[in-house]
Design a protein around this ligand. Structure first.
Ligand code: 26M
Length: 816
């Protein structure tokens, strides 16, 4: 009888074929000839799984036998993308699987297309979490990713008459072959009720008497390292009705109420909130946060750690990394467990808690900082609110000790705001052993502008870890042609040691290499063209420069600035200022979802589509300018678009984009960046060099200075005739069939308010785009720059980010 894991199937084509057919028969209950594409995809996924499971279980056993510290990454979002190719690559089975399926007469491309990506995130923050767990597995660092198994991920975007319409993302409709549900390991998570004091053998203690509870069911997912035999775990929680609770209602005879209660419980993990820049303070959102964090902390203490583990030593075994403020409610939860349940002294519990948490901030926008009204928090989590009050009291006492009774300072630093809300970023900062921003500039602004009083009070607490992206997914899988070129030139060590891309630098001056590089881009464009044709019926001209802006739609990211450039380029042709035939061909590609309640963002989406229909169909343009906006930008589409791009648009107002990670993916795939001095653009430009980056716009200090002087956007529209004309065209209804009212709110917002200084940066942006046009005519020079972008971007591997977290924050080590 096998007590340890059963061995993996033989890693040969025959072994794969046998396992594949077994899975089709025994798991799907079909024969190959009677199977559907979904059956064949499932059997393939199961077969890949079968090769990974033994290593996964063995890794779990070895970790438990060790006393290593684990990284518990707490994130409300994981934007994973498709898993099939990633897991084939990680297990080294890509070629074997391709051959095996060919032998079975199965079309692997058709099966790839079956997989629905789990869109369990909004954008940058969720994708970062997915890159980080990939890197930790690849570096053999013990890690559990904890999060929520949303039944509906980020909405599917469609366009109706150019306007965004949201459809539910029912990614689980046909099930997911990658998940391992464990209903038997469900935990009870409680809410509401009240607190009480009680006598515990002469000691007065507090306890929470909750009113209702739900079950948290864990679903495990494998996170395989890149060809290192290591598989970590992603554990996502799904909510279910609590059966004990149900039963009491059933017994009382209220069948309908019991069923309603079930729906209520299942609502908690039902849907991902599609906002990523405004914290709305919705009760269900707080329920989601507490639900997954409480289940995760309890899981680590009760299930992962040995029984009867001495919790004063928890910091030796766990670091809970807070991905933004969404999991910060874990701070009072751990305090509650230690003080109320484990009966630890407050000070000892606080010392443990402070060492166990660290906090990553991903924003500078004030409207994005989460606050929870105390009445809401007190109603849902009364004991946690008491604990937060006590944390705040002791913190403010320490502030008074240090700075005296400076009431203004006390007000500014209080975790409870003057208007009665809990400031989650403050709580995270007070509780965390470290606080980090996500790029050099962002971390500096965080210390100097957002939390200066905390930086002064906690010297050494603030640090920077610049974001990174996984080269396995975003270079090796997304761009196999470039990967082959690189490996041919410098060997294959770069995939796990991305700084080795430096060895490509000499090839920038090698004409043959540049030619091959150009052919790679052309091939990727054809591949993208085929995808967009099949997906959306769109076409791409072979000889166009591909100019790409893909990211969430937000005013600070300034899709409007890109649009003003397009309208200007169009206006120059139709006004006769330039000959269409003299204009270098460009295709502008947009990808962007807007939060469903974000009116201005949705209007901008409508305008992009409207400009596209006019420009694309105007014969005077002679096909020199094309605007493409494929709907439903997601990880799968990103993997097609990014490798085909020539120009990467990273044009946020300086000081607003915390880091950006798309910017890194483009540079690593040999696109040149046109960008502001913002977020990680600063570091990209420093590394690739000024000559290989199109910088424009105000710097952050210049932005501050302009606000201080007083910003009047209309003055900029008067000074620049091109800008004036572009705004007039939009405002006059040129893109809305003469109906001026449709886009007037956009124009009037820009002319009168323009919070993100689009008009102030317009002139500089157009000048940068004219430099881009010039530069693109010199193919050799452009390709040289593109190769240098690849060669000098190795720093942006998420492996490097993980090393930085390990060295500066986690102080943990790989498990050899
Ligand atoms: C908050 C409350 C309620 C509902 C949703 C949220 C919420 C969800 C996602 C708020 C923010 C969310 O994401 C923000 C985000 O993606 N930030 C980006 O993080 C990236 C990784 O660090 C950075 O590269 C980007 O610059 C930053 O905008």
């Amino acid at each position: 009888l096998a007590i340890g894991p059963v061995g993996a199937p033989e890693a040969t084509v025959d072994g794969f074929v046998a396992q594949y057919l077994r899975n089709l028969n025994f798991d799907r209950g079909v024969t190959l000839s009677a199977s559907t594409a979904n059956d064949r995809f499932y059997a393939l996924a199961y077969t890949v799984r079968d090769y990974l499971v033994a290593r996964w279980l063995e890794g779990v056993r070895r970790y438990r036998a060790s006393d290593r510290k684990a990284v518990c990454y707490l994130s409300a979002e994981y934007l994973l993308g498709r898993q099939l190719d990633n897991n084939l690559l990680a297990s080294g089975l890509s070629d074997i699987a391709a051959e095996a399926l060919a032998q079975c007469g199965v079309d692997i491309e058709e099966l790839r297309a079956q997989e629905v990506e789990p869109g369990l995130g909004n954008g940058g923050l969720g994708r970062l979490a997915a890159c980080f767990i990939d890197s930790l597995a690849t570096m053999s660092v013990p890690n559990v990713g904890y999060g929520i198994r949303y039944e509906y991920g980020i909405f599917r975007q469609t366009f109706e008459d150019g306007r965004q319409v949201e459809q539910p993302d029912s990614w689980l409709e046909l099930g997911s072959p990658w998940e391992f549900p464990h209903p038997e390991a469900a935990q009870t998570i409680s809410f509401g009720g009240s607190t009480e004091k009680y006598d515990d053998g002469g000691v007065t203690r507090s306890r929470w008497v909750p009113a209702w509870s739900v079950q948290a069911v864990p679903y495990n997912y494998m996170v395989p390292g890149y060809q290192n035999g290591r598989v970590n775990t992603l554990r996502l929680w799904s909510s279910r009705a609590n059966h004990a609770f149900d039963l009491s209602v059933f017994n009382a005879g209220d069948y309908v109420e019991a069923v309603r209660a079930q729906t209520f419980a299942e609502n908690i993990s039902k849907v991902l909130y599609p906002e990523d820049s405004t914290a709305q303070g919705k009760e269900l959102r707080l329920q989601q946060q507490y639900f997954f964090v409480a289940a995760s902390i309890r899981d680590f203490i009760d299930v992962v750690l040995p029984e009867d583990f001495d919790l004063t030593r928890l910091p030796e075994r766990a670091i809970f990394q807070l991905n933004d403020t969404h999991p910060v409610i874990g701070v009072p939860e751990l305090m509650r467990i230690l003080v109320d349940e484990k009966k630890m002294e407050w000070d000892a519990a606080w010392a443990v808690t402070q060492q166990c948490f660290a906090y990553t901030c991903h924003t500078l926008l004030p409207e994005a900082l989460e606050v929870w009204p105390i009445d809401l928090l007190g109603r849902l989590l009364p004991r946690h609110l008491e604990i937060i009050y006590r944390i705040n009291e002791e913190f403010l006492l320490a502030v008074r000790e240090r700075f005296g009774d400076d009431e203004a300072r006390i007000r500014d630093m209080s975790i409870i705001s003057p208007d009665g809300a809990v400031r989650m970023a403050f709580l995270a900062t007070v509780a965390g052993s470290k606080v980090n921003g996500v790029a050099e500039l962002h971390s500096q602004l965080l210390r100097e502008k957002v939390l200066p009083a905390f930086d002064e009070f906690f010297p050494g607490k603030f640090t920077n870890v610049t974001n990174g992206v996984t080269p396995r997914r975003f270079v090796r899988l997304a761009n196999p042609e470039l990967s082959a070129l690189i490996t041919e030139a410098i060997g294959d060590g770069w995939l796990t040691d991305l700084e080795r891309l430096r060895e490509l630098e000499p090839f920038a001056d090698d004409a043959d290499f540049r030619t091959a590089f150009g052919e790679m881009k052309a091939a990727n464009k054809r591949r993208l063209a085929a995808t967009l044709q099949a997906r959306d019926g769109l076409t791409i001209a072979d000889d166009h420069m591909l100019d790409v802006m893909v990211k969430r739609l937000h005013e600070y990211k300034r899709q409007m600035l890109k649009l003003l450039h397009i309208v200007t380029a169009y206006d120059r042709i139709v006004s006769g200022e330039v000959e269409a035939s003299s204009v270098p061909g460009r295709t502008f590609v947009f990808g962007a979802k807007a939060a469903p309640g974000y009116d201005m963002a949705k209007r901008i989406i409508h305008l992009i589509n409207a400009v596209g229909s006019v420009v694309n169909d105007d014969p005077r343009v002679e096909g020199r300018l094309k605007v493409l906006f494929p709907p439903n930008y997601n990880v799968t589409l990103a993997e097609r678009i990014i490798p085909a791009a020539d120009l990467s648009e990273q044009i946020s107002l300086a000081g607003k984009e915390a880091s950006g990670t798309g910017n890194m993916k483009f540079a690593l795939n040999g696109a040149l960046t046109v960008g502001t001095d913002d977020g990680a653009n600063v570091e990209i430009r420093e590394l690739v060099g000024d000559d290989n980056f199109f910088l424009f716009g105000m710097s952050e200090p210049e932005v501050e200075a302009l606000w201080a002087r007083g910003y009047t956007p209309a003055e900029f529209a008067e000074k620049d005739a091109g800008l004036g004309r572009a705004l007039d065209l939009i405002g006059s209804g040129a893109f809305s069939g003469g109906d001026a009212s449709v886009f007037a709110p956009i124009v009037s917002n820009l002319m009168n308010d323009d919070r993100f200084m689009v008009l102030a940066d317009y002139t500089s942006y157009i000048a940068a785009q004219d430099r881009v046009d010039d530069a693109y005519t010199d193919t050799a020079a452009w390709q040289r720059s593109a190769v240098l972008n690849v060669a000098r971007s190795g720093f942006f591997s998420s492996d490097r980010s993980m090393r930085d977290y390990i060295d500066r924050i986690w102080h943990t080590e790989p498990l050899g």
